[in-house]
Design a protein around this ligand. Structure first.
Ligand code: HEM
Length: 411
């Protein structure tokens, strides 16, 4: 029998998680929910909060699920009048069957494992360039913010190169994209933010239209050209082309930025693990996997049951919303020994940071590669790294990373 106090704690945890700003250590909140139930029907949420590892994994893989963010966004009667919401709902991640498998096939034929592997050399060159910048700025001993020097511009530069977006436009697109992502939460945004998102999306569309025109005139060896081939073969229409290109662009940096900043901070909080990695470069692959588990750059995803289901021993009717709390699942003690501990040599099976099932992250291997290249460069280049001022966490619900992370570094 669950006590009233435990239920009150779970509801308070849910209310806190649903209200900006996000906090540095949300994990005790997920524990409070999981303690009551791994699949918990919350009155505050009017939905189920899923924090168990097995249950999140199972729900993500069920074929009879719909996208919860789509359902929440379309509750707004005038959503079709907003350019930002219209394009967002056309993005791959927000499509349901039968549109999703068709678009996923097109996206996978463009964003291939081979295309990702071939980026390796460029990723190394770009990482060195941004870490050199960091070293240059850190020379006089003053704190340097890791976010605008490396954590943001490096993944932006990588995805720009893959897509074929000119380097010089990368950070402008980044700003426009950030305005857009403020309305991605399903409803948790102001009317001003929505107006700004609409304006920025129109501007972003203008730039991408120009890029499409340039590539129509002359194809290159980039993903914009590959997407145009798919368009010309009749597999996607104009609007799908725009939605796919802009969504791939944003997915390419929004989360990896968080992964880089959170990983460096977490390593500084765990100096024994930082030293272990410096001494054993061989642990890089498992180190990055552990940092992706421990930091969970996207805290969760939302699903709507398409029919009656059974999850974690519960009968859940069709039409109910499930919050798949991947950040909670990644700290589930039933799956991971001492889950809050950072252990770069951990080998206990996969995390759920990249989701699972039909919407499994298409860029997982790109994100891994970027982290495997840039993190060792940073920790081995600087013999001393310390937090050098007030840190600021990102406020957006669902994203776990830094807005500002000032560091003092010496080589
Ligand atoms: C650490 C970095 C990243 C994390 C944690 C992450 C996480 C996720 C998650 C959780 C999903 C599933 C969302 C859902 O089920 O509703 C997803 C989907 C997706 N991700 Fe990532 N991602 C990362 C990096 C990237 C990168 C670098 C790209 C490359 C462009 C990318 C492209 C995508 C795409 C296209 C989808 C949609 C797949 C679909 O709906 O079929 N991601 N990602």
């Amino acid at each position: 029998m669950t006590s009233d106090t435990a239920i009150e704690e779970a509801e308070a945890a849910i209310a806190r998680l649903a209200t900006p700003p996000m906090i540095e250590d949300p994990y005790p909140l997920y524990d409070a929910i999981r303690r009551v139930d791994r699949v918990y029907e919350s009155t505050t949420l009017g939905a189920y909060a899923v924090t168990g590892y097995k249950e999140v994994n199972a729900a993500a893989r069920m074929g009879n699920m719909k996208n919860g963010v789509r359902a929440a966004t379309t509750q707004r009667a005038d959503w079709q009048e907003h350019a930002s919401l219209r394009l967002f709902l056309r993005a791959l991640v927000n499509l349901d069957a039968p549109e999703h498998p068709a678009m996923r096939e097109v996206a996978s034929s463009v964003f291939t494992p081979k295309a990702i592997r071939e980026m390796r050399e460029s990723v190394e060159v770009l990482a060195r360039r941004f870490v050199d910048d960091l070293a240059e700025q850190a020379k006089d001993g003053r704190p340097v913010d890791l976010v605008p020097t490396v954590a943001s511009p490096f993944p932006v530069a990588v995805i720009c190169e893959m897509l074929g977006v000119p380097d010089s436009q990368g950070m402008l697109f980044y700003k426009l994209a950030n305005d857009w992502t403020r309305v991605w939460g399903g409803g948790n945004y102001s009317e001003e933010e929505l107006a700004q998102a609409d304006e920025s999306v129109m501007e972003l569309r203008g730039y991408f239209s120009e890029l499409f025109e340039e590539r129509r005139a002359e194809r290159r060896d980039d993903l914009i050209s590959a997407m145009l081939d798919q368009h010309d073969a009749g597999r996607i229409d104009d609007e799908d082309l725009m939605a796919l290109a802009t969504f791939l662009f944003i997915s390419g940096f929004e989360t990896t930025t968080n992964l880089i900043s959170t990983s460096i901070y977490t390593l500084l909080e765990n100096p024994d693990q930082l030293e272990l990695w410096r001494r054993n470069p061989d642990v890089t692959a498992s180190a990055v996997e552990e940092l992706i588990r421990h930091g969970t750059p996207i805290s969760g995803t939302v699903r709507l049951t398409g029919e009656d289901i059974e999850l974690g021993g519960k009968e859940i009717p069709a039409g109910r919303m499930l919050f798949l709390m991947t950040a909670g699942a990644n700290r589930d003690p039933a799956q991971f020994t001492d889950p809050d501990r950072l252990d770069l040599t951990r080998n206990e099976g996969g995390h759920v940071s990249f989701g699972g099932g039909p919407h499994y992250c298409l860029g997982a291997n790109l994100a891994r590669m970027e982290a495997q290249v840039v993190l060792p460069l940073i920790i081995n280049r600087f013999s001393s790294i310390e937090v050098g001022g007030e840190v600021e966490w990102r406020t957006a619900i669902g994203l776990h990373g830094f807005e500002h992370l000032p560091l003092t570094l010496s080589e």
